[in-house]
Design a protein around this ligand. Structure first.
Ligand code: C5P
Length: 417
């Protein structure tokens, strides 16, 4: 198993409330400010430890303002020890996240040093410690650094793999600090293992998300405003409930892939159908279709850019395959979940689709409301079930797409139980 794939060793621990964010000296420290903010927004009580190196890049005052807590910088500071000293801090934490972790800090932790606040707290805590190394790609590749990373993994530190790409120093390679939302996803995944009922444990779930893109010519296309947010929220919720998730992302979605999910990027409805068939063939057990699939595509996309020589032009469109209906028909054992966006008679159309597409469950939203749906972070839905489940419709009140996704996953889990 890769040292970057971590499994919570103690799944019965209580929920994480108190998080120590430890920042060490590296240019990526500026990202830690955003990460601190997102941890606070996610509801954690956050205390920050900064090494001396970190303070050369970002000030304690910034982190104090963002977290509402005094920042801890000294091991042997009379004032700090009289308040929350290193042992109290170590006991207070339910989780420690070191981001960015410099090569120096990795070495010091691997050696079990105890000559600064961070290293000492790490020795004195029973909380899990997540480590997100970030440094120049050449430094990251050095055998000494790799040896220290392995040593830390062997000691059950939860190692987060660095990202690849352009670095602040101008180099290109592995060693970037993952974006704050990716770091948060690591924390939330650990939290989910402690708090979310594993109602989809081991189930293979495929989710279609986002718009499709139908080429008109090499530079133009037909598409829609779907952002994929609902599908990605569902992917996270299914993963949190223990599922093995494949997300088929249409269009040009730039949302980060939920940790642990397999992502297949596609453009057109036909491509999305092929990817859906491949996942059905690979043993998919639950298929959730959130994608806003274009109903029509151009009959023949022009091989060259169309010139504006005519005063008017006509595009001939042909119907796209219905991905959900096709999978439902060809793979009748898969639990099928559809979505419907309607502007009127929501229940009538929902029940019609439940029957015509042979679905187990359909989640409907009223897109005539401007405060929910498409590009919004919120949604509100009513969920209908195939008759044989004898389950009354379930209204899901307006909430974040993440909260709606959790409730939908619980409903899927209930029908599968
Ligand atoms: O028929 P309608 O487009 O309203 O159906 C919506 C549901 O069907 C959604 O779950 C959507 O993802 C799915 N769908 C599909 N392929 C299509 C059209 C819709 O999978 N071509």
């Amino acid at each position: 198993m890769s040292i970057f794939t971590f499994v919570n060793p103690l799944p019965t621990l209580p929920p994480i409330k108190n998080v120590i964010l430890a920042i060490t000296g590296g240019i990526a420290a500026y990202k830690s400010a955003f990460f601190a903010r997102s941890l606070v927004k996610a509801g954690f009580d956050v205390r920050v430890i900064m090494t001396e190196g970190a303070q050369a890049f970002i000030t304690p005052l910034t982190l104090q303002a963002l977290t509402g807590n005094e920042v801890h910088t000294q091991l042997l500071d009379e004032r700090a020890e009289a308040g929350m000293g290193h042992i109290e801090l170590a006991k207070w934490a339910d989780l420690i996240v070191i981001a960015p972790a410099s090569a120096n800090t990795l070495a010091r932790l691997a050696m079990g040093m105890a000559d600064d606040l961070l290293a000492t707290v790490c020795l004195a805590t029973t909380a899990p410690v997540m480590v997100a190394p970030a440094m120049n790609q050449q430094m990251w590749a050095h055998p000494a650094v790799q040896l220290n990373v392995q040593t830390l993994a062997d000691m059950d530190y939860l190692m987060i793999a660095p990202a690849s790409g352009e670095q602040a120093c101008g180099d290109v390679g592995e060693g970037r600090l993952p974006e704050p939302e990716v770091l948060l996803d690591h924390v939330l995944t650990l939290q989910a293992e402690r708090t979310v009922p594993q109602s989809l444990a081991g189930k293979k779930v495929t989710i279609t998300a986002g718009p499709t893109v139908e080429a008109i010519d090499p530079v133009r296309y037909l598409s829609n405003h779907s952002t994929g947010k609902m599908g990605f929220a569902l992917a996270r919720a299914c993963r949190d409930a223990g599922a093995e998730v494949t997300i088929i992302a249409g269009g040009k979605i730039t949302l980060p892939t939920p940790l642990g999910a397999t992502r297949v990027d596609v453009l057109s409805a036909n491509d999305m159908l092929q990817a859906a068939i491949a996942s059905a063939e690979a043993g998919c057990e639950v298929f959730i279709a959130t994608a806003a699939v274009a109903d029509y595509r151009t009959k023949d996309a022009a091989p060259q850019k169309i010139k504006k020589t005519q005063e008017a032009m006509t595009l001939e469109l042909v119907k796209n395959p219905d991905i959900l209906a096709t999978i439902s028909h060809d793979y009748p054992d898969i639990f099928m979940v559809g979505f419907a966006a309607e502007t009127q008679d929501v229940e009538k159309y929902a029940r019609g689709k439940l029957a015509s597409k042979n679905l187990d469950m359909i989640a409907c939203n009223d897109v005539s409301r401007s405060d929910i749906g498409f590009a919004s972070d919120d949604n509100a839905m009513e969920v209908f079930f195939a008759e044989h489940y004898q389950q009354a419709p379930v209204p899901l009140d307006k909430a974040s797409k993440d909260k709606i996704a959790e409730q939908l996953v619980a409903l899927v889990g209930k029908q599968l139980a």
